[in-house]
Design a protein around this ligand. Structure first.
Ligand SMILES: Cc1cc2nc3c(=O)[nH]c(=O)nc-3n(C[C@H](O)[C@H](O)[C@H](O)COP(=O)(O)O)c2cc1C
Length: 326
């Protein structure tokens, strides 16, 4: 059973969300997943308000790129200045017509938390509240917040913060079941996510962390009572996970394995879209980070993958991938 998910005024087709992932969840990847089905909502990677509003630059344009079929799309911004965050949300609303805006309060990277942004806001609930209030008041679309369960095990502030956020115009909260200090070590804590669900006073909470299969999504929904599930790393190399989870949980279908042919077709189409987005001359280099995610299921050995990662010409990489993987 898949619950239906309403975020503010947006009724999602499924309650399965693609996590924001810097360097990965660009237009090229999102469009591929949308073609496969099952995903109810995608997010951009976290965006810096100043870079968004500055204008110009190929990299910025690629980060902001989207298209008519790339909907619904949430735009994630990060920062700790309520005025700047509200200005950026407004700018995005005026220039990109986002379906919703998401505020990052979970990024654990030191260069982000060192400036008081991302997960550092979990230690500063007053400021987190001011940011959420300012952004929610600035735009006519739903605003969501993405949290971790707290800064560290001694400061599991997410339930209290969720209760506060519910009163300041936030339409949904996503919670990753790790602390900021944990980064990606250990396991995502479903019990801690359940505490946030209970504290959030009726606004939908989306559970996130370690969903690698339809069964993991089912367990997340059942053990936490969350309203939706967000999938990150489990979608890298397995973009079928959304469709598989929908088929399995909604229709009780047994998930058949994805053939190598389909995997290769997806990979090549992804490479082509990367070329269209960043320029054909840049695609092979940018695609290096994707190869480890696709290689094993395509039967590509580690040494061969390392070789493939050296190719600089996109057309050459394309030919070699075809030759290696079939
Ligand atoms: C490479 C990478 C980049 C990420 N970038 C972002 C980001 O831009 N914004 C954000 O809120 N979370 C980001 N995250 C965290 C994910 O959204 C997600 O919360 C986390 O990976 C746990 O979910 P998972 O176990 O399904 O991957 C990133 C994670 C990874 C692995």
């Amino acid at each position: 059973m898949l619950p239906s998910l309403l975020i503010g005024s947006i009724q999602l087709e499924t309650c399965l969300l693609l996590a924001p992932m810097a360097g990965y969840t660009d237009f090229a990847f999102r469009s591929g997943i949308r073609d496969l089905g099952g995903m109810g909502l995608a997010y951009t990677e976290m965006l810096n308000p100043r870079s968004v509003m500055q204008g110009g630059g190929l990299k910025r344009e690629a980060l902001l790129a989207t298209g008519p079929s790339d909907r619904p799309l949430g735009w994630q911004i990060y920062g700790s200045d309520p005025v700047l965050m509200a200005e950026c949300a407004c700018f995005l609303w005026e220039t990109r017509q986002p379906d919703l805006i998401d505020i990052n309060m979970g990024c654990p990277q030191r260069k982000i938390t060192g400036r008081g942004d991302g997960a550092a806001l979990l230690r500063n609930p007053g400021l987190a509240h001011r940011i959420a209030t300012a952004v929610a008041a600035a735009v006519p679309v739903p605003v969501t917040v993405k949290l971790r369960i707290g800064w560290d095990t001694g400061q599991r502030t997410a339930p209290g913060l969720a209760a506060e956020l519910a009163s300041c115009g936030i339409s949904a909260i996503t919670v990753h079941g790790r602390t900021g200090k944990q980064k990606y070590t250990g396991h995502s804590d479903t019990e801690a996510i359940r505490e946030v669900v209970e504290a959030a006073q009726g606004i939908p909470v989306i559970g996130n962390g370690d969903i690698m299969s339809p069964q993991d999504a089912k367990t997340m929904l059942e053990t936490t009572g969350c309203a939706g599930v967000m999938i990150g790393r489990g979608a890298l190399g397995n973009p079928w996970i959304f469709q598989q989870t929908e088929d399995s949980l909604k229709h009780g279908k047994i998930v058949p394995p994805v053939s190598r042919r389909r995997r290769l077709d997806f990979l090549l189409a992804h490479l082509d879209r990367t070329g269209a987005l960043y320029g054909i001359d840049n695609a092979a280099k940018l695609f290096r980070k994707w190869l480890p995610h696709y290689a094993a299921a395509l039967g590509i050995s580690k040494p061969r993958m390392v070789e493939l990662m050296q190719y600089r010409e996109t057309e050459k990489l394309r030919l070699e991938l075809k030759r290696t993987a079939v």
